[in-house]
Design a binder for this molecule. Structure first.
Ligand code: HEC
Ligand code: HEC
Ligand code: HEC
Ligand code: HEC
Length: 357
Protein backbone atom coordinates (compact mmCIF):
# COMPACT_ATOMS: atom_id res chain seq x y z
CA UNK A 1 0.00 0.00 0.00
CA UNK A 2 2.73 2.38 1.09
CA UNK A 3 4.91 1.61 -1.91
CA UNK A 4 1.92 2.11 -4.21
CA UNK A 5 1.24 5.53 -2.66
CA UNK A 6 4.82 6.72 -2.91
CA UNK A 7 4.88 5.39 -6.47
CA UNK A 8 1.87 7.55 -7.31
CA UNK A 9 3.46 10.54 -5.54
CA UNK A 10 6.68 9.99 -7.45
CA UNK A 11 4.80 9.77 -10.73
CA UNK A 12 2.90 12.94 -9.82
CA UNK A 13 6.09 14.80 -9.00
CA UNK A 14 7.59 13.62 -12.27
CA UNK A 15 4.55 14.85 -14.23
CA UNK A 16 4.67 18.25 -12.51
CA UNK A 17 8.36 18.72 -13.21
CA UNK A 18 7.85 17.61 -16.82
CA UNK A 19 5.18 20.29 -17.26
CA UNK A 20 7.48 22.84 -15.63
CA UNK A 21 10.43 21.94 -17.84
CA UNK A 22 8.34 22.01 -21.00
CA UNK A 23 6.42 25.23 -20.35
CA UNK A 24 8.90 27.48 -18.52
CA UNK A 25 11.84 28.27 -20.67
CA UNK A 26 14.65 30.69 -20.03
CA UNK A 27 14.58 32.96 -23.04
CA UNK A 28 17.85 32.94 -24.93
CA UNK A 29 19.17 36.48 -24.48
CA UNK A 30 21.32 38.14 -27.13
CA UNK A 31 23.93 40.45 -25.65
CA UNK A 32 25.41 43.41 -27.46
CA UNK A 33 28.36 45.25 -25.93
CA UNK A 34 28.11 49.04 -25.83
CA UNK A 35 30.14 51.92 -24.42
CA UNK A 36 33.93 51.98 -24.26
CA UNK A 37 35.75 48.62 -24.12
CA UNK A 38 36.23 47.43 -20.57
CA UNK A 39 33.21 49.23 -19.13
CA UNK A 40 31.16 46.03 -19.21
CA UNK A 41 28.16 47.92 -20.62
CA UNK A 42 25.84 45.62 -22.52
CA UNK A 43 22.37 45.56 -23.99
CA UNK A 44 20.19 42.47 -23.65
CA UNK A 45 17.66 41.52 -26.28
CA UNK A 46 15.14 38.67 -26.20
CA UNK A 47 14.78 37.48 -29.85
CA UNK A 48 11.05 36.77 -29.49
CA UNK A 49 10.46 40.35 -28.30
CA UNK A 50 12.61 41.76 -31.10
CA UNK A 51 10.58 39.77 -33.65
CA UNK A 52 7.36 41.13 -32.16
CA UNK A 53 8.69 44.72 -32.30
CA UNK A 54 9.79 44.21 -35.91
CA UNK A 55 6.30 43.10 -36.86
CA UNK A 56 4.53 46.21 -35.49
CA UNK A 57 7.16 48.74 -36.57
CA UNK A 58 7.13 48.54 -40.37
CA UNK A 59 6.50 51.78 -42.28
CA UNK A 60 3.48 51.69 -44.64
CA UNK A 61 4.10 52.11 -48.40
CA UNK A 62 4.19 55.78 -49.52
CA UNK A 63 2.24 57.00 -52.55
CA UNK A 64 4.37 58.15 -55.53
CA UNK A 65 5.63 61.70 -55.05
CA UNK A 66 3.55 64.40 -56.81
CA UNK A 67 4.35 68.10 -56.80
CA UNK A 68 2.28 69.79 -59.49
CA UNK A 69 -0.52 72.32 -59.74
CA UNK A 70 -1.10 75.78 -58.31
CA UNK A 71 -0.75 76.51 -54.56
CA UNK A 72 -3.61 75.03 -52.53
CA UNK A 73 -4.72 78.43 -51.18
CA UNK A 74 -5.45 79.67 -54.72
CA UNK A 75 -7.80 76.74 -55.40
CA UNK A 76 -9.37 75.91 -52.01
CA UNK A 77 -11.26 78.15 -49.60
CA UNK A 78 -10.06 77.33 -46.11
CA UNK A 79 -6.43 76.26 -46.13
CA UNK A 80 -4.65 77.78 -43.14
CA UNK A 81 -1.53 75.66 -42.78
CA UNK A 82 -0.75 74.13 -46.16
CA UNK A 83 -1.40 77.28 -48.22
CA UNK A 84 1.65 77.22 -50.50
CA UNK A 85 1.67 73.45 -51.03
CA UNK A 86 0.94 72.50 -54.66
CA UNK A 87 -2.53 71.00 -55.17
CA UNK A 88 -0.90 67.73 -56.28
CA UNK A 89 1.15 67.42 -53.09
CA UNK A 90 -1.85 68.61 -51.04
CA UNK A 91 -4.14 65.86 -52.36
CA UNK A 92 -1.40 63.24 -51.91
CA UNK A 93 -1.05 64.33 -48.29
CA UNK A 94 -4.84 64.22 -47.68
CA UNK A 95 -4.98 60.65 -49.02
CA UNK A 96 -1.95 59.68 -46.91
CA UNK A 97 -3.45 61.30 -43.79
CA UNK A 98 -6.58 59.21 -44.32
CA UNK A 99 -4.45 56.05 -44.60
CA UNK A 100 -2.42 56.92 -41.49
CA UNK A 101 -5.19 58.14 -39.20
CA UNK A 102 -8.58 56.97 -40.49
CA UNK A 103 -8.18 54.19 -43.08
CA UNK A 104 -11.61 52.72 -42.28
CA UNK A 105 -13.49 56.02 -42.13
CA UNK A 106 -11.73 57.85 -45.01
CA UNK A 107 -12.01 61.57 -45.86
CA UNK A 108 -15.28 61.98 -43.99
CA UNK A 109 -13.62 61.24 -40.66
CA UNK A 110 -12.55 64.89 -40.80
CA UNK A 111 -14.71 66.35 -43.57
CA UNK A 112 -18.40 67.10 -43.83
CA UNK A 113 -19.48 65.17 -46.94
CA UNK A 114 -19.62 67.49 -49.94
CA UNK A 115 -17.97 70.48 -48.23
CA UNK A 116 -14.24 70.08 -47.69
CA UNK A 117 -13.85 73.72 -46.57
CA UNK A 118 -16.24 73.27 -43.61
CA UNK A 119 -14.58 73.16 -40.15
CA UNK A 120 -17.51 71.86 -38.12
CA UNK A 121 -16.09 68.39 -37.40
CA UNK A 122 -13.86 68.51 -34.31
CA UNK A 123 -11.54 65.97 -35.91
CA UNK A 124 -10.65 68.46 -38.67
CA UNK A 125 -9.84 71.18 -36.14
CA UNK A 126 -7.59 68.75 -34.26
CA UNK A 127 -6.00 67.49 -37.49
CA UNK A 128 -5.04 71.06 -38.46
CA UNK A 129 -3.27 71.52 -35.13
CA UNK A 130 -1.68 68.08 -35.55
CA UNK A 131 -0.29 69.25 -38.90
CA UNK A 132 1.34 72.19 -37.12
CA UNK A 133 2.59 69.90 -34.36
CA UNK A 134 4.13 67.45 -36.84
CA UNK A 135 5.85 70.31 -38.70
CA UNK A 136 7.13 71.68 -35.36
CA UNK A 137 8.61 68.29 -34.41
CA UNK A 138 10.38 67.96 -37.77
CA UNK A 139 11.77 71.50 -37.80
CA UNK A 140 12.23 72.74 -34.20
CA UNK A 141 13.27 69.36 -32.77
CA UNK A 142 15.65 68.11 -35.43
CA UNK A 143 18.07 67.72 -32.48
CA UNK A 144 15.93 64.76 -31.47
CA UNK A 145 14.20 63.39 -34.58
CA UNK A 146 17.20 63.94 -36.90
CA UNK A 147 16.62 63.18 -40.55
CA UNK A 148 14.20 60.35 -39.67
CA UNK A 149 11.46 62.77 -38.63
CA UNK A 150 7.82 61.94 -37.93
CA UNK A 151 4.57 61.66 -39.87
CA UNK A 152 1.06 61.13 -38.51
CA UNK A 153 1.73 57.38 -38.83
CA UNK A 154 4.60 57.50 -36.30
CA UNK A 155 2.02 57.98 -33.53
CA UNK A 156 -1.29 56.91 -35.09
CA UNK A 157 -0.36 53.62 -36.82
CA UNK A 158 -3.58 53.50 -38.84
CA UNK A 159 -5.95 54.49 -36.00
CA UNK A 160 -7.66 57.76 -34.97
CA UNK A 161 -6.36 57.33 -31.41
CA UNK A 162 -2.70 56.45 -30.85
CA UNK A 163 -2.41 53.41 -28.55
CA UNK A 164 0.43 54.80 -26.42
CA UNK A 165 -0.90 57.83 -24.53
CA UNK A 166 -1.11 58.93 -20.90
CA UNK A 167 -3.45 60.84 -18.59
CA UNK A 168 -2.59 62.55 -15.32
CA UNK A 169 -2.84 59.94 -12.58
CA UNK A 170 -5.30 60.26 -9.72
CA UNK A 171 -3.50 59.84 -6.42
CA UNK A 172 -5.89 58.43 -3.82
CA UNK A 173 -5.46 60.13 -0.46
CA UNK A 174 -3.83 63.26 -1.83
CA UNK A 175 -5.07 66.58 -0.56
CA UNK A 176 -6.74 65.09 2.52
CA UNK A 177 -5.02 67.01 5.30
CA UNK A 178 -3.28 64.79 7.83
CA UNK A 179 -3.81 61.54 5.97
CA UNK A 180 -0.49 60.28 4.57
CA UNK A 181 -0.49 60.13 0.81
CA UNK A 182 0.91 57.16 -1.04
CA UNK A 183 3.06 59.43 -3.21
CA UNK A 184 1.44 58.00 -6.30
CA UNK A 185 3.03 54.62 -5.61
CA UNK A 186 1.75 51.05 -5.60
CA UNK A 187 -0.73 51.73 -8.35
CA UNK A 188 0.60 49.30 -10.93
CA UNK A 189 0.76 50.99 -14.31
CA UNK A 190 1.83 49.34 -17.53
CA UNK A 191 3.63 52.55 -18.52
CA UNK A 192 6.27 51.92 -15.85
CA UNK A 193 6.37 48.15 -16.28
CA UNK A 194 4.08 47.54 -13.27
CA UNK A 195 6.82 48.50 -10.81
CA UNK A 196 5.94 49.87 -7.36
CA UNK A 197 7.41 53.25 -8.29
CA UNK A 198 5.21 56.35 -8.72
CA UNK A 199 2.79 55.43 -11.49
CA UNK A 200 2.64 58.85 -13.14
CA UNK A 201 6.15 60.24 -13.62
CA UNK A 202 4.89 62.03 -16.72
CA UNK A 203 3.05 64.97 -15.10
CA UNK A 204 6.12 66.27 -13.22
CA UNK A 205 8.67 65.68 -15.98
CA UNK A 206 7.00 65.58 -19.39
CA UNK A 207 4.32 68.21 -18.72
CA UNK A 208 5.82 70.24 -15.89
CA UNK A 209 9.50 70.99 -15.83
CA UNK A 210 10.67 69.44 -12.56
CA UNK A 211 14.17 68.23 -11.73
CA UNK A 212 14.94 64.76 -13.09
CA UNK A 213 18.46 64.70 -11.66
CA UNK A 214 18.43 63.25 -8.18
CA UNK A 215 22.07 62.79 -7.21
CA UNK A 216 23.19 65.26 -4.56
CA UNK A 217 26.16 67.39 -5.47
CA UNK A 218 26.43 69.26 -2.17
CA UNK A 219 26.64 68.14 1.46
CA UNK A 220 23.37 67.80 3.35
CA UNK A 221 23.44 70.89 5.58
CA UNK A 222 24.07 73.21 2.65
CA UNK A 223 20.66 72.88 1.11
CA UNK A 224 20.86 69.41 -0.46
CA UNK A 225 17.24 68.48 -0.97
CA UNK A 226 17.77 65.27 -2.94
CA UNK A 227 15.85 62.44 -1.29
CA UNK A 228 14.82 58.83 -1.75
CA UNK A 229 11.36 60.14 -2.63
CA UNK A 230 12.80 62.16 -5.50
CA UNK A 231 14.90 59.19 -6.60
CA UNK A 232 11.71 57.11 -6.86
CA UNK A 233 10.26 59.60 -9.34
CA UNK A 234 13.41 59.65 -11.45
CA UNK A 235 13.56 55.85 -11.52
CA UNK A 236 9.90 55.60 -12.54
CA UNK A 237 10.63 57.87 -15.50
CA UNK A 238 13.74 55.85 -16.38
CA UNK A 239 11.67 52.64 -16.35
CA UNK A 240 9.47 54.29 -18.94
CA UNK A 241 12.45 55.40 -21.07
CA UNK A 242 13.79 51.84 -21.10
CA UNK A 243 10.45 50.20 -21.80
CA UNK A 244 9.40 52.71 -24.46
CA UNK A 245 12.65 52.13 -26.38
CA UNK A 246 12.98 48.39 -25.68
CA UNK A 247 16.44 48.85 -24.16
CA UNK A 248 18.08 48.62 -20.75
CA UNK A 249 19.76 51.43 -18.79
CA UNK A 250 23.16 50.89 -20.45
CA UNK A 251 21.74 52.18 -23.74
CA UNK A 252 22.21 55.64 -22.23
CA UNK A 253 24.16 55.31 -18.97
CA UNK A 254 27.29 53.74 -17.60
CA UNK A 255 25.81 52.26 -14.44
CA UNK A 256 28.89 53.07 -12.35
CA UNK A 257 27.95 56.76 -12.61
CA UNK A 258 24.40 57.37 -13.82
CA UNK A 259 24.77 61.14 -13.55
CA UNK A 260 28.11 61.52 -15.36
CA UNK A 261 27.50 62.79 -18.90
CA UNK A 262 31.08 62.09 -20.00
CA UNK A 263 30.60 58.40 -19.25
CA UNK A 264 27.15 58.25 -20.83
CA UNK A 265 26.44 57.26 -24.45
CA UNK A 266 25.46 59.82 -27.16
CA UNK A 267 21.93 58.41 -26.93
CA UNK A 268 21.53 59.99 -23.49
CA UNK A 269 22.00 63.43 -25.04
CA UNK A 270 19.42 62.61 -27.74
CA UNK A 271 17.05 61.48 -24.99
CA UNK A 272 17.67 64.72 -23.07
CA UNK A 273 16.46 66.78 -26.07
CA UNK A 274 13.23 64.75 -26.15
CA UNK A 275 12.30 66.03 -22.69
CA UNK A 276 11.97 69.67 -23.84
CA UNK A 277 10.17 68.50 -26.99
CA UNK A 278 7.58 66.56 -24.99
CA UNK A 279 6.89 69.45 -22.60
CA UNK A 280 6.30 71.66 -25.63
CA UNK A 281 4.03 69.16 -27.42
CA UNK A 282 1.99 68.44 -24.31
CA UNK A 283 1.68 72.05 -23.10
CA UNK A 284 1.36 73.94 -26.34
CA UNK A 285 -0.42 71.45 -28.59
CA UNK A 286 -2.29 68.81 -26.57
CA UNK A 287 -3.46 70.74 -23.48
CA UNK A 288 -4.95 73.68 -25.46
CA UNK A 289 -7.00 71.11 -27.45
CA UNK A 290 -8.66 69.76 -24.28
CA UNK A 291 -12.05 71.38 -24.88
CA UNK A 292 -11.99 70.38 -28.56
CA UNK A 293 -11.92 66.66 -27.69
CA UNK A 294 -15.22 65.02 -26.72
CA UNK A 295 -15.56 64.49 -22.95
CA UNK A 296 -15.73 60.71 -23.47
CA UNK A 297 -12.18 60.76 -24.79
CA UNK A 298 -10.64 62.62 -21.88
CA UNK A 299 -8.98 61.08 -18.82
CA UNK A 300 -10.44 60.43 -15.34
CA UNK A 301 -9.71 64.02 -14.24
CA UNK A 302 -10.98 65.50 -17.50
CA UNK A 303 -7.52 66.04 -18.98
CA UNK A 304 -6.56 65.49 -22.60
CA UNK A 305 -4.58 62.45 -23.82
CA UNK A 306 -0.87 63.28 -23.79
CA UNK A 307 2.34 62.12 -25.42
CA UNK A 308 5.31 60.26 -23.91
CA UNK A 309 8.32 58.43 -25.37
CA UNK A 310 6.24 55.35 -26.22
CA UNK A 311 3.76 57.34 -28.36
CA UNK A 312 6.39 57.51 -31.11
CA UNK A 313 8.89 54.80 -30.15
CA UNK A 314 6.47 51.90 -29.48
CA UNK A 315 9.11 49.61 -28.02
CA UNK A 316 12.03 50.30 -30.33
CA UNK A 317 15.14 52.50 -30.06
CA UNK A 318 14.09 54.51 -33.16
CA UNK A 319 10.42 54.76 -34.22
CA UNK A 320 9.75 52.34 -37.11
CA UNK A 321 13.41 51.24 -36.76
CA UNK A 322 14.58 54.54 -38.20
CA UNK A 323 12.65 54.39 -41.51
CA UNK A 324 12.91 57.95 -42.91
CA UNK A 325 9.22 58.41 -43.80
CA UNK A 326 8.96 62.16 -43.26
CA UNK A 327 11.42 63.00 -46.07
CA UNK A 328 8.85 61.63 -48.52
CA UNK A 329 6.32 64.26 -47.37
CA UNK A 330 7.92 67.71 -47.84
CA UNK A 331 4.84 69.61 -46.50
CA UNK A 332 5.39 67.84 -43.15
CA UNK A 333 8.90 69.26 -43.11
CA UNK A 334 7.36 72.71 -43.43
CA UNK A 335 7.80 73.08 -47.23
CA UNK A 336 4.92 75.26 -48.45
CA UNK A 337 3.45 75.68 -44.99
CA UNK A 338 2.05 79.13 -44.34
CA UNK A 339 1.40 78.91 -40.60
CA UNK A 340 3.96 76.39 -39.53
CA UNK A 341 5.05 75.99 -35.95
CA UNK A 342 2.90 78.32 -33.92
CA UNK A 343 4.81 77.46 -30.77
CA UNK A 344 4.12 79.54 -27.71
CA UNK A 345 7.14 80.26 -25.47
CA UNK A 346 7.79 77.67 -22.78
CA UNK A 347 7.07 78.73 -19.21
CA UNK A 348 10.20 79.14 -17.08
CA UNK A 349 11.49 76.13 -15.15
CA UNK A 350 9.39 75.28 -12.08
CA UNK A 351 11.51 75.44 -8.99
CA UNK A 352 8.85 74.25 -6.59
CA UNK A 353 8.82 70.54 -7.47
CA UNK A 354 5.18 70.78 -6.46
CA UNK A 355 3.91 67.59 -8.05
CA UNK A 356 6.40 65.06 -6.84
CA UNK A 357 7.03 66.16 -3.27
C1 HEC B 1 -7.33 63.42 -40.43
C2 HEC B 1 -8.20 64.47 -40.95
C3 HEC B 1 -8.36 64.61 -42.44
C4 HEC B 1 -8.64 63.62 -43.35
C5 HEC B 1 -8.82 62.13 -43.09
C6 HEC B 1 -8.76 64.27 -44.63
N1 HEC B 1 -8.57 65.61 -44.50
FE1 HEC B 1 -8.75 67.02 -45.99
N2 HEC B 1 -8.29 68.48 -44.64
C7 HEC B 1 -7.95 68.28 -43.32
C8 HEC B 1 -7.48 69.54 -42.76
C9 HEC B 1 -6.99 69.75 -41.33
C10 HEC B 1 -7.58 70.51 -43.79
C11 HEC B 1 -7.19 71.99 -43.68
C12 HEC B 1 -5.69 72.14 -43.94
C13 HEC B 1 -5.19 73.55 -43.70
O1 HEC B 1 -5.86 74.35 -43.05
O2 HEC B 1 -4.06 73.84 -44.14
C14 HEC B 1 -8.12 69.82 -44.96
C15 HEC B 1 -8.43 70.43 -46.15
C16 HEC B 1 -8.89 69.78 -47.30
C17 HEC B 1 -9.28 70.42 -48.54
C18 HEC B 1 -9.34 71.91 -48.80
C19 HEC B 1 -10.79 72.39 -48.70
C20 HEC B 1 -10.97 73.90 -48.77
O3 HEC B 1 -11.66 74.38 -49.67
O4 HEC B 1 -10.41 74.60 -47.92
C21 HEC B 1 -9.60 69.44 -49.43
C22 HEC B 1 -10.04 69.61 -50.86
C23 HEC B 1 -9.42 68.18 -48.73
N3 HEC B 1 -9.01 68.43 -47.44
C24 HEC B 1 -9.62 66.94 -49.30
C25 HEC B 1 -9.54 65.73 -48.62
C26 HEC B 1 -9.75 64.44 -49.23
C27 HEC B 1 -10.11 64.22 -50.70
C28 HEC B 1 -9.60 63.50 -48.26
C29 HEC B 1 -9.67 61.98 -48.38
C30 HEC B 1 -8.83 61.39 -49.39
C31 HEC B 1 -9.26 64.20 -47.04
N4 HEC B 1 -9.24 65.56 -47.31
C32 HEC B 1 -9.03 63.60 -45.81
C33 HEC B 1 -8.04 67.10 -42.61
C34 HEC B 1 -8.31 65.87 -43.18
C1 HEC C 1 3.59 62.87 -31.64
C2 HEC C 1 2.41 62.05 -31.81
C3 HEC C 1 1.36 62.47 -32.82
C4 HEC C 1 1.55 62.82 -34.14
C5 HEC C 1 2.86 62.95 -34.89
C6 HEC C 1 0.24 63.05 -34.67
N1 HEC C 1 -0.71 62.85 -33.72
FE1 HEC C 1 -2.73 63.03 -33.96
N2 HEC C 1 -3.03 62.58 -31.97
C7 HEC C 1 -2.01 62.32 -31.07
C8 HEC C 1 -2.60 62.12 -29.75
C9 HEC C 1 -1.85 61.80 -28.48
C10 HEC C 1 -4.02 62.29 -29.90
C11 HEC C 1 -5.09 62.16 -28.81
C12 HEC C 1 -5.59 60.74 -28.78
C13 HEC C 1 -6.73 60.48 -27.80
O1 HEC C 1 -7.51 61.39 -27.50
O2 HEC C 1 -6.82 59.34 -27.32
C14 HEC C 1 -4.23 62.57 -31.31
C15 HEC C 1 -5.49 62.80 -31.88
C16 HEC C 1 -5.73 63.06 -33.22
C17 HEC C 1 -7.03 63.23 -33.81
C18 HEC C 1 -8.38 63.15 -33.08
C19 HEC C 1 -8.92 61.76 -33.20
C20 HEC C 1 -10.27 61.61 -32.52
O3 HEC C 1 -11.10 60.88 -33.07
O4 HEC C 1 -10.47 62.18 -31.46
C21 HEC C 1 -6.84 63.46 -35.15
C22 HEC C 1 -7.91 63.68 -36.20
C23 HEC C 1 -5.42 63.44 -35.39
N3 HEC C 1 -4.77 63.21 -34.21
C24 HEC C 1 -4.82 63.64 -36.62
C25 HEC C 1 -3.45 63.67 -36.86
C26 HEC C 1 -2.86 63.99 -38.14
C27 HEC C 1 -3.61 64.27 -39.41
C28 HEC C 1 -1.50 63.93 -37.95
C29 HEC C 1 -0.40 64.22 -38.95
C30 HEC C 1 -0.48 65.50 -39.65
C31 HEC C 1 -1.26 63.59 -36.56
N4 HEC C 1 -2.46 63.44 -35.93
C32 HEC C 1 0.00 63.45 -35.99
C33 HEC C 1 -0.66 62.21 -31.34
C34 HEC C 1 -0.06 62.49 -32.56
C1 HEC D 1 17.02 56.58 -23.51
C2 HEC D 1 18.05 57.01 -22.60
C3 HEC D 1 17.95 56.62 -21.14
C4 HEC D 1 17.71 55.38 -20.62
C5 HEC D 1 17.40 54.08 -21.35
C6 HEC D 1 17.82 55.52 -19.18
N1 HEC D 1 18.12 56.82 -18.86
FE1 HEC D 1 18.49 57.56 -17.00
N2 HEC D 1 18.69 59.46 -17.74
C7 HEC D 1 18.60 59.78 -19.08
C8 HEC D 1 18.70 61.23 -19.21
C9 HEC D 1 18.62 62.02 -20.50
C10 HEC D 1 18.86 61.75 -17.89
C11 HEC D 1 19.04 63.23 -17.49
C12 HEC D 1 17.70 63.91 -17.44
C13 HEC D 1 17.81 65.41 -17.17
O1 HEC D 1 18.77 65.84 -16.57
O2 HEC D 1 16.90 66.13 -17.60
C14 HEC D 1 18.85 60.61 -17.01
C15 HEC D 1 18.99 60.69 -15.61
C16 HEC D 1 19.11 59.59 -14.77
C17 HEC D 1 19.44 59.67 -13.38
C18 HEC D 1 19.71 60.95 -12.59
C19 HEC D 1 21.18 61.27 -12.64
C20 HEC D 1 21.53 62.55 -11.88
O3 HEC D 1 22.27 63.37 -12.42
O4 HEC D 1 21.06 62.73 -10.75
C21 HEC D 1 19.46 58.38 -12.89
C22 HEC D 1 19.79 57.94 -11.47
C23 HEC D 1 19.12 57.51 -13.99
N3 HEC D 1 18.92 58.28 -15.13
C24 HEC D 1 19.00 56.14 -13.90
C25 HEC D 1 18.57 55.30 -14.93
C26 HEC D 1 18.25 53.89 -14.77
C27 HEC D 1 18.36 53.13 -13.48
C28 HEC D 1 17.86 53.43 -15.99
C29 HEC D 1 17.37 52.03 -16.37
C30 HEC D 1 16.17 51.60 -15.66
C31 HEC D 1 17.95 54.55 -16.92
N4 HEC D 1 18.37 55.67 -16.24
C32 HEC D 1 17.63 54.48 -18.28
C33 HEC D 1 18.45 58.90 -20.13
C34 HEC D 1 18.20 57.54 -20.03
C1 HEC E 1 7.61 62.77 -31.76
C2 HEC E 1 8.14 61.43 -31.79
C3 HEC E 1 9.17 61.05 -30.74
C4 HEC E 1 9.01 61.12 -29.37
C5 HEC E 1 7.79 61.57 -28.59
C6 HEC E 1 10.25 60.64 -28.79
N1 HEC E 1 11.13 60.30 -29.78
FE1 HEC E 1 13.01 59.56 -29.54
N2 HEC E 1 13.29 59.53 -31.55
C7 HEC E 1 12.35 59.88 -32.50
C8 HEC E 1 12.92 59.72 -33.83
C9 HEC E 1 12.21 59.99 -35.15
C10 HEC E 1 14.26 59.25 -33.65
C11 HEC E 1 15.31 58.90 -34.74
C12 HEC E 1 16.27 60.05 -34.90
C13 HEC E 1 17.44 59.76 -35.80
O1 HEC E 1 17.68 58.61 -36.20
O2 HEC E 1 18.19 60.72 -36.10
C14 HEC E 1 14.44 59.15 -32.21
C15 HEC E 1 15.64 58.75 -31.62
C16 HEC E 1 15.83 58.58 -30.27
C17 HEC E 1 17.07 58.15 -29.65
C18 HEC E 1 18.38 57.83 -30.39
C19 HEC E 1 18.47 56.36 -30.72
C20 HEC E 1 19.79 55.99 -31.36
O3 HEC E 1 20.02 54.79 -31.52
O4 HEC E 1 20.57 56.88 -31.71
C21 HEC E 1 16.87 58.12 -28.29
C22 HEC E 1 17.87 57.73 -27.23
C23 HEC E 1 15.49 58.53 -28.05
N3 HEC E 1 14.90 58.81 -29.27
C24 HEC E 1 14.92 58.64 -26.80
C25 HEC E 1 13.66 59.17 -26.55
C26 HEC E 1 13.11 59.38 -25.23
C27 HEC E 1 13.80 59.03 -23.93
C28 HEC E 1 11.87 59.93 -25.40
C29 HEC E 1 10.91 60.41 -24.33
C30 HEC E 1 11.45 61.35 -23.36
C31 HEC E 1 11.64 60.05 -26.84
N4 HEC E 1 12.74 59.59 -27.51
C32 HEC E 1 10.48 60.56 -27.42
C33 HEC E 1 11.05 60.31 -32.24
C34 HEC E 1 10.51 60.53 -30.99
Amino acid sequence: MRTALSGVALLGAFAVSLVAVLTFSHPPVEMVATGNPGTGMQLNYVPAQVAQALAINQPPPALPLIDAGPPAKTVYKNVQVLGNVSTGAFTRLMVSMSNWVAPQQGCNYCHVAGNFADDSKYTKVIARRMLQMTIAVNTTYANHVGSVGVTCYTCHRGAPMPTQIWFTGVTPGSGTGLVETNMGKNLPAAAINNSSLPSDPFTPFLLNNEQIRDQGTTALPSGNRQSIKQTDWTYALMMHYSQALGVNCAFCHNSQAFSDWSESTPQRVTAFYAEAMLRDLNRNYMVPLTATFPVSQRGPTGDVAKINCATCHQGVYKPLFGAAMAAKFPPLLGVGATAAAATAPMPASDTTNATKN
